[in-house]
Design a binder for this molecule. Structure first.
Ligand code: SF4
Length: 87
């Protein structure tokens, strides 16, 4: 394996998506299509993906979270949790 490819592979292993931030959505909010659309619209880094069945998290964007709290303000209290996996 070429050196550059090996180095990239090692970096990929070290920095997995969601290594620093996890976003958890409660069951009620997760299946609310209207809320899903709102979350997809307001999150500046596209962590929420809306469908007619509700919302799912795009894990590849988790670590882009800027901790703006817009999703927390849009959802019913306690239905979304932003979890810092560092400190
Ligand atoms: S805190 Fe902001 S950036 Fe992070 S998931 Fe919520 S809306 Fe997106």
């Amino acid at each position: 394996m070429p050196e550059a490819q090996r180095a990239f592979g090692a970096r990929e292993e070290k920095f997995m998506p969601g290594e620093f931030i996890d976003v958890r959505v409660g069951a009620k909010a997760a299946t609310n299509a209207k809320l899903a659309a709102k979350l997809a619209e307001i999150c500046p880094v596209s962590i929420f993906v809306a469908s007619s069945e509700g919302v799912r998290i795009d894990e590849s964007n988790l670590d882009e979270c800027v901790l703006c709290d817009l999703c927390l303000e849009a959802a019913p209290k306690g239905q979304i949790k932003i979890v810092k996996l560092y400190e």
